[in-house]
Design a protein around this ligand. Sequence first.
Ligand code: HPA
Ligand code: ZN
Length: 349
Amino acid sequence: MTAITEALRRLPKVELHCHVEGTMRPSTVVELASKNEIELPTSDPTQLYRYTSLDTFLEIFWLVQSVLGDGDDWARLAYESAVDGAEHGLVYRESFFTPARHLDAGQDLGDIVAGLAEGCVAAEEATGVRIMLIADIDRAYGPGPGLEMVQRLVELRRANAPGTDRVLGIGLDSTELGVDPTDFAPAFELAGRSGLRRTSHQGEVTPPTTIRAGVDVLGCERIDHGLSLLDDPELTQRFVDERIPLTVCPNSNIRIANAYPRLELHPYARMRELGLLATLNTDDPALTDLDLTYEYRSVMDAFGYTWDDMVTIALDGVEGSWLDPTDAGALRARITADADQLASSLATG
Ligand code: HPA
Ligand code: ZN
């Protein structure tokens, strides 16, 4: 590993757009499939990890998700996910989980959250990495199950059920084509009223009208992907003026959505030039052969960024996060201090 790659690996990093199921180690996919008697089409799941579109990706994402059978499986997933992230300098993540298919199959949201939280606690003890959770609604299941998930989450929080203090908010992911995001307004309204934070995947493969609906109708404080935002200059300016964060996943947009043939053609640099709070994230690293070190290194190379640019990107992750001001300040200080030390070691070789 070159010195700059190693420095980027060690730079403390925040991640705001990562699906815990999309971090599942291939070996864990195989082991949990066997444990839960789920038949996989291949003994090497990585053979399935090539996609031509968001929807072909989702078929595989759903298959991988389906191997999670009980709370212990979720705990193992959360633990391994955090430990693997920490290897790449992850110090804080707000991680998505999307339980629609498991709830449909009879699992209880309380068991899923308790399992995930147990894995997060163990990983925190082992590595110091802190993981908070965002419960994503799966668009493919429709607004009814989405609202039911939020109702159950609110109920669990009221009862102080194990792990619910780790769930910061809700999100919305999965297929975009042919789905009207405003159909999910009742679920988002309930979440907002109940003190849950709100974000949603919009504009990964749809026009900026969906991004506008995300902020104006669903009340989202940030937007995941938001790739088509620049097609609407007025809305773009509003995101700049109001510092509405985008959680951008440049390499995912190439490998999953097939939105651009090469990273150099991704609008990430243009987004940042315009003054958008465009954070940097991996989305589904284990399903796309990615990690945070590669994400940072490849973006640095593609757009000719300096070390200081990359530190600013890491700090923007803190600004886009849902940390309270005290914790955000402490994390910002830690990133700055470590970045200074790494920069001087780079300078002296
Ligand atoms: N988009 C929508 N849904 C998802 C994604 C994504 O990038 N990753 C996992 N679920
Ligand atoms: Zn995503």
